[in-house]
Design a protein around this ligand. Structure first.
Ligand code: ACM
Length: 384
């Protein structure tokens, strides 16, 4: 093998099915990084060659395609998955063949695989901050609604436990809707919300049906000033589907928003807009998908190989000037040091950042220490 052979990487996201909008944005984030790297001469002259499949938002399809990438396409590293159910389906395949998965999505935590690098937020980097923010600004009577699979169950459990630290807390309901829920499902949920009158709604609804929850809320005439929806998954991409006026006033906690004012963010968005146009709406999962490909490429420049045994020591502990700030892969648990932020959706379909960490918060995926105030140090931009 000549050392100028391309380096094949697997991109395993969903371009169809329930989570296609966010999946497409993750694919575009990865492709932007591939473009950056290839324009700079690849990895020591070796071009990055993505092999990509549409896993159709189906965990069984994710598992089949992961095995195909490894056994037929001969990739050593896969970048992919949005829903935790898809990650859980892929991990046994990755571990069986001893390959590496980079996972660019916030998730419920309570997991470690030596074969996975987790670059989205763990609960101590989004849920803890959101719980504190909502409870102190709106109250501790919460209504939990989510899509029917593992991430919402576990994320709701964590949010319920965090809110319970407040003396006046009350969990008024915990309801689940199918991933393919229709508008009627959400109208029923909103009727129940109107009867129970929580201080805020915590939504772990994911994917393309997110828009229906917010629409049902708006059509019922409810006001986010009194009883907002708080979420970890409603990003600029879902807002572009539902329309800025429907999302305005609701809250999301995430390490990245398009509105971050940093040179790295501005330059990344400008390259995306110039080279890729409007294939997706950049969001937290796009950003994680982008920076994790750079983390991989920088590590491979040092290891000279993408075999897990060779590259992993150079991935762990590595840092990158990401659009959200300088991130670092934490060697002890394979998760990422990230910057918690809370945004309120505004009339332009963007988030106004109302609170943000000054420094990156270490990932604590098992919530060993979880207090409501884990911000490293924080900046408050706006009084609510
Ligand atoms: C998720 O399922 N981790 C959003």
């Amino acid at each position: 093998m000549s050392n100028k052979d391309p380096v094949k990487i697997g991109l395993l996201f969903s371009d169809s099915g329930a989570t296609s909008t966010i999946g497409r944005s993750q694919l575009q984030g990865a492709l932007l990084a591939v473009d950056d790297i290839n324009k700079q001469g690849g990895i020591d002259g070796r071009e990055l060659l993505p092999v990509r499949y549409d896993a159709q938002s189906d965990p069984a399809m994710y598992a089949r395609l992961a095995e195909r990438l490894i056994t037929r396409d001969k990739v050593n590293v896969i970048f992919g998955c949005y829903m935790s159910s898809s990650r859980k389906a892929v991990i046994p395949i990755i571990e069986k063949w001893n390959k590496l998965l980079f996972y660019p999505t916030l998730y419920e935590g309570f997991e470690f695989s030596n074969n996975v690098i987790y670059t989205g937020a763990a609960p101590n980097q989004n849920s803890v901050q959101l719980a504190e923010f909502m409870v102190s600004n709106f109250g501790a009577r919460v209504y939990l609604v989510g899509s029917d699979y593992i991430y919402p169950y576990e994320s709701n459990r964590i949010m319920g436990e965090l809110v319970q630290q407040h003396p006046d807390s009350k969990k008024l309901a915990e309801v689940y809707v199918p991933l393919t829920a229709d508008f009627k499902h959400f109208q029923n949920v909103i009727r129940d919300v109107q009867a129970k009158k929580p201080d805020f709604i915590f939504s772990t609804v994911v994917g393309d049906s997110t828009t229906l929850l917010y629409r049902a809320y708006a059509e019922a005439g409810l006001s986010p000033k009194q009883m907002p929806i708080a979420s970890l998954t409603t990003s600029e991409a879902e807002i572009s589907q539902m329309g800025a006026n429907i999302a305005a006033g609701h809250f999301t906690s995430a390490p990245y928003f398009q509105s971050i004012e940093s040179e790295a963010n501005r330059s990344c968005l400008a390259r995306y807009n110039a080279g890729f146009g409007d294939l997706c709406v950049p969001n937290m999962c796009w950003e994680a998908s982008f920076f994790q490909v750079h983390i991989f490429a920088n590590a491979m420049r040092k290891s000279g190989s993408d075999e897990i045994a060779a590259i992993l020591p150079f991935v762990l502990g590595s840092e990158f000037e990401a659009p959200q700030g300088r991130i670092r892969i934490e060697p002890s648990n394979h998760h990422t040091c990230l910057y918690p932020r809370i945004g309120i959706a505004n009339s332009k379909g963007q988030f106004t950042i109302v609170r943000e960490a000054r420094r990156a918060v270490h990932p604590d995926p098992y919530l060993v220490t979880h207090s409501l105030g884990d911000w490293a140090a924080r900046i408050d931009n706006l009084e609510i």
